[in-house]
Design a protein. Structure first.
Length: 153
């Protein structure tokens, strides 16, 4: 089996970080989910576009799980190709729970992708953490999230 390179840093702009926070807060008490498109540059994943995705779980499950359908995934892949970008990972929220991957997250994740988790407490985002599933799927490695300021702020 080919080893998958681990990326230790995801680079977000402050506007992208704010967009994830807003999405997580807007869907509270349900989990939000989204897809990150960008480029791999010198071992970093530089995010250039976020795609908010509707959580397709039924209303009972949305509070503790997220579901991105095959159709949503394929549409995001198409958008990435058209823009000359790569689908680099996913983000989701954990309402009133730690911003750490759950066992369910581990069972449904893929090693190549970066995963960001927004911890939301009482409707307010309090944390954002980054993770990548180990190649043997045994657990996650925490990855750094670097925040950039936009030049025209």
């Amino acid at each position: 089996m080919t080893q998958i390179e681990t990326h230790s840093t995801v680079v977000l702009t402050s506007d992208q970080r704010a967009a994830i926070d807003r999405h997580a807060e807007a869907t509270y008490p349900d989990e939000c989910c989204g897809i990150m498109l960008g480029r791999q540059v010198d071992g970093q994943r530089v995010i250039e576009r976020l795609i908010e995705i509707a959580n397709e779980w039924d209303s009972e499950e949305r509070r503790r799980r997220f579901l991105i359908t095959d159709r949503q995934y394929m549409q995001a892949e198409k958008q990435a190709r058209q823009a000359g970008l790569d689908l680099l990972g996913f983000y989701h929220s954990h309402p009133d729970a730690p911003a750490r991957p759950s066992e369910f997250d581990r069972e449904h994740a893929w090693p190549f992708y970066s995963y960001l988790i927004a911890g939301v407490a009482d409707g307010k985002t309090v944390d954002l953490t980054g993770w990548q599933l180990r190649n043997d799927r045994s657990g996650y490695e925490e990855i750094e999230i670097q925040h950039l300021q936009e030049e025209n702020q």
